[in-house]
Design a binder for this molecule. Structure first.
Ligand code: MLC
Ligand code: AMP
Length: 500
């Protein structure tokens, strides 16, 4: 994203990234991303929005690949490092990726697939550290307004269809998503943040990584979440802010509770020094907020967002952070609650769908014009599918309008997607997937199956694990004679939930 890179030039000597025990400056980031751009361009002037997928664990390398793709005029498509081959192949195929930048750990896994799809494979290790000063394209020769249209990134999101959709954001969308958060949450160049979130979703990419780098701050990566390491980082005084999904706060609390008193005191004292702790991506249970406050003195700032809009609503950085509420629309975000006929609801305490407008809102679902059209009202409001109400001056999320969307561990999961895969198993005649409330995960996935045989759920899980990401695996199973349905034959998922 052009603005982020322009900004970095003013911070050249500052520390930008800590990864694998090493510190890298903004200058190094610009240099290495320039090499990636040169390796991608190989003589071309501009990649012209070609999709460039990359599979690189959270690290300095991830960031310079992302920036290199943007600098070369490509569209960054980050692949999830934990996804099984069919999920990775789907994204490569759907985006018609021209190039895949691959970390060596994934080369063997993807080698055949990229050959079959005719994608150029660019091993990370083959990109030189330094490139001769190759000219980089001007991404907006006709002026900055062009950045409003120029695609920058595609992230995949699960929804009410059986296949994930690519959410396309432009350079201007991303810039707006970042700027609004940098202002609202008062980021400063002296901030240091720990990133433990996956880097194929907006929470990790925009709220943590990109806001830090926009501000001249420092972002430290842990390859994956680990409660002990996170607590140690907080206790060390090395970080000033932290952002995570509610499941992570739950896990941090569990870890703390298992420690002896003296250790608890040390960890709590460390956490108190941070200037901001944020929760989002799923509803933050009030007991988790209260427990965290008792342990660390921090009232978690809860905010609401979505891949398609970036962040929409947020509690206040300096003012009230009311438990169970997500605050007010962020600056630059236009928001309304609407009834089933898309009429604006003006009264308090009346539930309605959250609808959003603004420069942060995505451009389109990749090559899905019908899905894009269906996602907006005629007058341009994006339909989030989330239901909220205004409660004493602040918004409160009440749920979603679709039972087919599940949030587990902060990941959005489509029940329909899991059902479609399950039905391919020879022992599954019928199935239905639902989310069940769970203190730790928000919801856990549960699957009911009808089978003429005697399927073993362990074997079913192993079979699924090769086909869908681990966080989409059902954790509860039920074999039924029939799936509950109404007179029209539609599965009654709320009835099914009761059977669990
Ligand atoms: C994993 N496990 C689960 C599970 N996921 N069990 C139930 N439900 C789930 N969803 C199990 C595993 O099978 C394993 O069990 C054990 O938990 C540990 O697995 P893991 O993969 O090592 O888990 P962990 O690393 O602890 O992962 C938990 C997590 C992760 C919370 C760190 O889910 C995560 O990173 N979530 C963040 C997702 C995110 O960034 N969302 C933002 C989307 S953007 P066993 O038995 O094998 O030990 C968005 C917009 C916005 O939403 O507003 O931000
Ligand atoms: P995703 O599609 O992965 O970007 O997830 C976006 C969804 O996460 C939203 O549509 C909401 O359902 C949910 N979400 C995000 N933040 C919150 C929050 N603070 N409270 C409740 N739900 C949230």
């Amino acid at each position: 994203m052009q603005g982020l890179i322009d900004h970095a030039r003013t911070f050249a000597d500052r520390e930008a990234i800590v990864s694998n025990g090493q510190i890298f400056t903004y200058g190094e980031l610009l240099e290495r991303s320039g090499s990636v751009a040169a390796a991608l361009l190989v003589g071309r002037e501009d990649l012209g929005e070609a999709r460039v997928a990359f599979i690189v664990p959270p690290s300095f390398e991830y960031v310079y690949c992302q920036w290199g793709i943007w600098q070369a005029g490509g569209v960054a498509v980050p692949l999830c490092v934990d996804h099984p081959l069919p999920s990775l192949r789907y994204v490569l195929d759907d985006t018609a990726a021209e190039v895949l930048i691959v970390h060596e750990a994934y080369e063997a896994l993807l080698d055949e697939t990229v050959k079959e799809l005719g994608i150029r494979l660019l091993p990370l290790g083959e990109i030189p550290d330094k490139a001769p000063n190759a000219p980089l394209p001007n991404l907006a020769p006709a002026g900055r307004a062009q950045l409003q249209l120029r695609n920058a990134q595609i992230l995949y999101t699960s929804g009410t269809t059986s296949l994930p959709k690519g959410v396309v954001t432009t350079h201007a969308n991303i810039e707006n998503q970042i700027k609004t958060l940098v202002d609202a949450w008062e980021w400063s160049a002296d901030d240091r943040i720990l990133n433990i979130l996956p880097l194929h979703h907006v929470h990790g990419i925009i709220n943590v990584l990109s806001c830090a780098l926009w501000s001249g701050a420092r972002c430290e990566f842990l390859p994956r979440f680990d409660a002990k390491t996170v607590w140690e980082k907080m206790a060390s005084g090395e970080i000033t802010r932290f952002m995570a999904v509610p499941t992570i706060y739950y896990k941090l609390i569990s870890y703390w509770e298992q420690q002896p008193k003296s250790e608890q005191a040390r960890l709590s004292a460390g956490a108190r020094q941070l200037n901001l702790m944020i929760s989002g991506s799923a509803a933050l249970p009030v007991p988790t907020l209260e427990r965290w406050r008792a342990i660390t003195g921090h009232t978690l700032l809860e905010r609401y967002g979505m891949t398609e809009i970036g962040m929409g609503l947020s509690n206040s950085y300096r003012g009230e952070r009311r438990p169970g509420h997500v605050g007010l629309p962020l600056p630059g975000v236009e928001m309304r609650l609407a009834d089933a006929e898309n009429n604006t609801i003006r009264e308090a305490n009346v539930p309605g769908e959250i609808q959003i407008k603004g420069d942060s809102v995505f451009k389109e679902y990749w090559q899905k014009p019908e899905a894009t059209a269906k996602a907006f009202t005629e007058d341009g409001w994006f339909l989030t599918g989330d239901v909220a109400e205004l409660n004493d001056g602040l918004y409160r999320i009440l749920g979603r309008d679709s039972v087919d969307i599940i949030k587990s561990g902060g990941y959005k999961i489509s029940a329909l997607e899991i059902e479609a895969v399950l039905l391919r198993h020879e022992l599954v005649d019928e199935c239905a997937v639902v989310g069940l409330p769970d203190e730790e995960w928000g919801e856990i996935i549960a699957a009911a199956i009808v089978s003429s045989g005697t399927p073993d759920t362990g074997e079913l899980t192993a079979w699924l694990r090769e086909r869908i990401p681990a966080y989409r695996l059902p954790r509860r199973w039920l074999q039924l004679a029939e799936i509950p349905s109404n007179t029209l034959g539609k599965v009654t998922k709320n009835e099914l939930k009761k059977l669990f």
